[in-house]
Ligand binder design. Structure first.
Ligand code: TPP
Length: 562
């Protein structure tokens, strides 16, 4: 049979490593979906809606490196864009593929469904350009190979989302077979002269400092620079701290690990050792309003080296086309031991958080809840922490070697965790995926549990029911922060319909939670949701402190006209 544009896209998706793609069908993408389905190495995962579909793809990319979501025009894509913005913010390469009107209709007088009822077919592309690093629209079959390859290469290199628009009559069009996949996936390398000079300058600055510390940021994973970071940490033997949205990117069992660096929300006294340090060697850091606690923490420019995927900033210097991993690795060859922060950290290091068990018959407290969730985390666990007090609870979990932590702190979309964890668990079915999610967040996207039931994924969901938007109560309170209660355990079981193996349980006391966790761990054929009692005001002290600084930062009066 004739090789087509649909086959080309399918083959390229497979060649870049995608095994499962996430879809919501619509008449503008049905034929394309057939070609993806024909491909022997691709298998589709249907989602309830396009927001969840984009988040599922985002979660798949977290576990698997890259992913694809296929949606229909406008009604699908515009909804998916929210998750694509998230993938951009979180440095995850999601390929968004959207169906589109037949090419013959684009310049005609026809009015089409799933549009605004005008002849404007540009708005979707205009949005895509703002939320991706490459947005292409296939309009002629002979352009398809180069446009598809261009978009895919940008996703692979930049670890950001891309957009490919495929008109409803395009997937069936004849097209040449793809050339070598190296054209798409071969990595970029640094400019050698810039790499040498950047590392010379950095090594000199470090030698002049007395107490350097290393700080891993959220972009380090996308840059694939974790190993090089550890090589440099080993050469310096300095203390290593991480930003909250880089938790687990550096093992918490690493001998120089000194916690999450987040001002008053820090763990393991990372803030104190940060105060002690006189120089920060960052990698992939981002200090936004949340992670800087209202711009209050973070090194000054004179005491800070930082690197992005292809860029290094040093006091007084900027180097482009220097790759983060190559920079850190080459720098490691040029420095000698500087372990003052580690020597001091050994002195001030606090004992690990370890709550005493509560009376098992009493109503659950936050501490007891976290004590028991900590017990579920082993080296094979990935812990998802949803926006809300789960961020702060999650931060304090001690992660054994091999445990991973996922958070969506830059985009901060409540409802992200359930669909993202679906994608994650599809990509990593042998890991124990555990979600901590508040009742408020859960209400946005909870229906995607259905796919976990369908695919028999043993995800454990701790639904922390504190009857409202506690994180917002701590930032700024009002009646809008109270929400309608649901029977969450029954909601979970409703997805079983005639054939599912999901379990929905309720835990009001420590004893009930302990029993529910045993049932969850034994349920290998489907997800288990445990609805946990939590008093509205029983939140972390970190949230209380952080909420007040964020509230104040949000409330700053407009500056006077200059
Ligand atoms: N809408 C979206 C899509 N994302 C958001 N982050 C918000 C609104 C604002 N928001 C941030 S946190 C939050 C809201 C509404 C409430 C979260 O409540 P819940 O999940 O119950 O968490 P907790 O009570 O544990 O803090």
């Amino acid at each position: 049979t004739q090789f087509t544009v649909g086959d080309y896209l399918a083959e390229r998706l497979s060649q870049i490593g995608i095994i499962n793609h996430f879809v919501v069908p619509g008449d503008y993408n049905l034929k394309l979906l057939d070609y993806l389905e024909y491909h022997p190495k691709l298998s589709e995962i249907g989602c309830c809606n396009e927001l969840n579909c984009a988040f599922a793809a985002e979660g798949y990319a977290r576990a698997h490196g890259i992913s694809a979501a296929v949606v229909t025009y406008s009604v699908g894509a515009l909804t998916a864009f929210d998750g694509i913005g998230g993938a951009y913010a979180e440095n995850l390469p999601v390929i968004l593929i959207s169906g589109a009107p037949n090419t013959n209709d684009l310049n005609s007088s026809h009015i089409l469904h799933h549009t605004t009822g005008t002849h404007n077919f540009d708005y979707q592309m205009d949005i895509a350009k703002n939320l991706t690093v490459a947005a292409v629209a296939l309009r002629r079959a002979n352009e398809a190979p180069r446009l598809i390859d261009h978009a895919l290469r940008q996703a692979v290199l930049q670890h950001k989302p891309v957009y490919i628009e495929v008109p409803t009559n395009m997937a069936t069009q004849p097209c040449p077979k793809p050339g070598p996949i190296s054209a798409v996936i071969e990595p970029e390398t640094s400019d050698k002269a810039s790499l040498e000079q950047a590392t010379d300058v950095a090594a000199d600055l470090i030698s002049k400092s007395e107490k350097p510390i290393m700080l891993a940021g959220p972009k380090i994973r996308a840059a694939g620079a974790e190993k090089a970071f550890l090589k440099l940490a080993g050469a310096l033997d300095a203390a290593v701290v991480v930003q909250p949205n880089a938790k687990s990117f550096i093992s918490e069992e690493y001998k120089n690990y000194a916690g999450v660096y987040w001002g008053l929300c820090s763990t393991r006294a990372a803030d104190k050792i940060g105060d002690f340090a006189d120089f920060f060697i960052g990698a992939g850091t981002v200090f936004n309003d949340y992670t800087s606690n209202g711009y209050k923490i973070g090194p000054s420019a004179e005491q800070f080296i930082d690197s992005d995927y292809m860029h290094v900033s040093l006091p007084g210097y900027e180097f482009t086309r220097v790759k983060m991993d190559e920079f850190l690795s080459r720098l490691a060859d040029k420095v000698s031991k500087k372990n003052a922060t580690m020597v001091e950290y050994a002195r001030i290091k606090p004992a690990l958080l370890n709550y005493a068990p509560a009376n098992p018959k009493e109503l659950l407290t936050r501490e007891e809840l976290m004590r028991q969730i900590q017990g579920v985390i082993d080296g094979n666990t990935t812990l998802y922490a949803e926006t809300g007090d789960s961020w702060f609870n999650g931060m304090q979990m001690n992660l054994p070697e091999g445990a991973k932590f996922e958070i969506e702190m830059q985009w901060g979309h409540i409802g992200w965790s359930v669909p993202s964890a679906l994608g994650y668990a599809i990509a990593a079915p042998k890991r124990r995926t555990v979600i901590m999610v508040g009742d408020g967040s859960f209400q946005l996207t909870g229906q995607e549990l259905a796919q976990m039931v369908l695919h028999k994924l043993p995800v454990i969901i701790f639904l922390i029911n504190n009857r409202g938007y506690t994180i917002e109560i701590q930032i700024h309170d009002g009646p809008y922060n109270r929400i309608k209660n649901w029977d969450y355990a029954a909601f979970m079981e409703s997805f079983n319909a005639e054939d599912g193996k999901a379990k929905g349980l309720k835990a009001n006391t420590g004893e009930e939670l302990d029993q529910a966790i045993q049932i969850a761990l034994a349920n290998k054929e489907g997800p288990t949701l445990i609805e946990c009692y939590n008093h509205t005001d029983d939140c972390t002290k970190e949230l209380v402190a952080w909420g007040s600084v964020v509230g104040a930062t949000n409330a700053r009066a407009p500056a006077a006209d200059q």
